[in-house]
Write a protein that binds this ligand. Structure first.
Ligand SMILES: *Cc1c(COP(=O)(O)O)cnc(C)c1O
Length: 398
């Protein structure tokens, strides 16, 4: 006889899988894209600047430069920061691959700094201990949408003359000490992948107040090529263009930019709904023994891209894979963010050792991401809570 609390012996909470994240597109978005398709420019047209201005104004900076995706935007930021062969760049292992791959693209060396076990963001005190003569930049990642301690990290960057890049793929709409993310670092990257706060299908942007970085980003996005008469080394005539740096074709299309403009109108309502759902999770799951809800720094106002719970292993039988699979069986599309980057085979071959960042590895062995996106209904939210309770009751040791 199976125990009545055995999840496999009872009806699943949901019959269809609830994804962990999903875009929200409406008729206004569709019309915005169709309007571009009926117009004169589908790329390199006016929608790009409109989108860049919208994002720059929203975060409160002078410049924004749109790219094909967030990874390309990070690559461009590394170029603008002057990262090259032999340069070290400090970042976190608890992030998507792009945050450190962009350093490798430029021939630099990522240096991984361990996380704080409360916020899961990079621990500022650990950053200082990893700075060497070769350190050129810091790429700080706002994991789950909670801003890093950007005031402290800015001071460290300033004291050591380092360029500060904020990977804010998770934190559009978030603030730190009352100031929007996007206006703090030398350059800040946002991603517009469909699971992120607003989407352009694929897309990314860098925001900055620095005119020199701005010019380099624009150059890098389009083959390193310029037609600006003031920048040309010589000038053969009105057709003349000059390639002055090795750049790429990292341009966003006007269809995407128009979608971005339309999506930005809804950003605040999207973030408000995400915060509402996170507050319900905090309240309902925070009281389950052995479940750890995400800690928040008092100055951080998260925009809640992800909601992660951790299972304290001593309270449960089985392991993360068991808890994960049981939640999937209940129809809850749980996920894991992230495998510490340096544990990837490619990085292991480069010589990064296991055990390099013990907190990140401990986090990884016990974390599960729950569904969180603005289109979730109250009944979806309640299904997630029921499923976690069911799995908790089944695996809990007493
Ligand atoms: C999504 C993401 C990126 C890059 O995004 P793409 O637009 O998919 O290239 C970079 N860093 C983090 C932390 C992300 O989550």
């Amino acid at each position: 006889m199976k125990d009545s609390s055995d999840p496999s012996s009872s009806k699943p909470i949901r019959s269809t899988l609830l994804p962990y994240g999903q875009q929200w597109l409406d008729e206004q978005d569709i019309e915005a894209v169709v309007k571009v398709l009926r117009g004169d420019f589908i790329t390199q047209g006016p929608a790009i600047e409109a989108f860049e201005t919208k994002v720059a104004d929203y975060v409160g900076v002078k410049y924004a430069v749109a790219f094909t995706n967030g990874t390309a935007a990070l690559h461009a930021a590394c170029f603008a920061a002057g990262i090259g062969e032999g340069d070290e760049v400090i970042t976190t292992p608890l992030t998507f691959l792009a945050s450190s791959n962009c350093v490798l693209y430029q021939g630099g060396t990522p240096v991984f700094v361990d996380i704080d076990m409360d916020t899961y963001n990079v621990a500022p005190a650990e950053i200082e201990s990893k700075i060497t003569e070769r350190t050129k930049a810091i790429i700080a990642v706002d994991f789950t949408g909670q801003p890093v301690e950007i005031d402290r990290i800015s001071m460290i960057a300033h004291d050591h003359n380092l360029v500060l890049i904020q990977d804010a793929a998770h934190s559009l709409g978030a603030s730190y000490a009352g100031r929007r993310v996007g206006a703090w670092a030398d350059m800040t990257m946002f991603s517009f992948h469909p699971v992120k706060h607003v989407t352009t299908g694929e897309g990314g942007i860098i925001t900055t107040d620095n005119e020199e970085y701005y010019r380099k980003l624009v150059l890098f996005r389009s083959h390193g090529m310029t037609k600006d008469p003031e920048k040309l080394i010589k000038n053969d005539g009105p057709w003349y263009y000059e390639m002055q740096e090795l750049g790429y074709n990292y341009r966003m299309t006007d269809m995407q930019a128009a979608l971005g403009v339309s999506q930005m109108d809804k950003l605040d309502s999207f973030v408000a709904r995400r915060r509402e759902i996170a507050a319900i999770y905090n309240e309902k799951l925070g009281m389950l023994p052995g479940i750890v809800i995400p800690g928040q720094h008092p100055d951080a106002e998260s925009s809640w891209h992800l909601y992660v719970i951790r299972f304290l292993p001593d309270y449960f039988h089985g392991n993360r894979r068991d808890w994960f699979e049981a939640l999937r069986t209940e129809g809850i599309g749980v996920h894991v963010h992230y495998i510490p980057v340096y544990l990837q085979p490619y990085y292991q071959k480069m010589g990064y050792a296991q055990g390099l960042c013990p907190n990140a590895e401990k986090y990884y062995s016990s974390a599960i991401t729950l569904p969180l996106f603005p289109k979730m209904t109250d009944s979806d939210v309640s299904d997630v809570i029921k499923a976690v309770n069911k799995i908790h009751a089944h695996f809990c040791l007493n």
